[in-house]
Design a binder for this molecule. Structure first.
Ligand code: PNS
Length: 169
């Protein structure tokens, strides 16, 4: 059984993430999508919400499972008998940091990292930009799945009603 982990914050999942997950699912027997429970980083969606969106958007992929983890990715890998991490590389700018992480993860636990170049359609896509665009009322359709478009719309509306943002100056 060849298993690989795809770990991240997924706040929220984008079409770029889904592209990598889907392509990895064609290469491996099982892809475990692991959502980081990050108590220090402020996220727009809770871990449960992020997991749920991933489960819904990967439901058609039979060999993809979605779970959450905290701590080190390599500890999750060791505990679940997963020998490798798959990562999407958008641009050279991603490479330096990802190379350092992959070398550290190998040093820590012998866990391999496999890099997959992103589909050029999504090379500019990152969750933080999607959130910013949504917060300012921009159109994120085509960048994230339709259900995420809806959840973003609901969430930023709630945020704006709490903070008073969006009021006419
Ligand atoms: O989607 P992100 O936020 O870029 O994902 C980053 C993630 C979750 C893959 C990374 O922060 C991570 O692996 N965090 C867990 C802690 C860890 O293992 N750190 C790396 C030590 S080399």
């Amino acid at each position: 059984m060849r298993r690989v982990v795809c770990s991240g914050s997924f706040d929220p999942v984008t079409n770029g993430h889904l592209d990598i997950i889907g392509r990895a699912a064609r290469l491996y027997d099982e892809v475990v999508v692991a959502v980081l429970i990050n108590i220090s980083k402020q996220s727009l969606f809770t871990t449960d919400e992020r997991v749920e969106m991933l489960r819904e958007t990967t439901a058609s992929l039979e060999n993809v499972t979605v779970t959450r983890f905290h701590g080190l990715t390599v500890d999750f890998c060791l505990a679940n008998d997963i020998p490798a991490i798959v990562k999407g590389l958008r641009a050279v700018s991603d490479f330096e940091y990802e190379q350092m992480m992959s070398q550290m993860n190998y040093r820590l636990a012998g866990v391999e990292t496999l890099f997959m170049t992103t589909n050029p359609l999504y090379a500019f896509l990152r969750s933080s930009l999607v959130k910013e665009i949504a917060r300012y009322g921009g159109d994120v359709s085509g960048l994230v799945p339709e259900l995420v478009v809806e959840r973003l719309r609901e969430r930023v509306t709630v945020e704006q009603s709490v903070t008073g943002a969006g009021e006419t100056l």
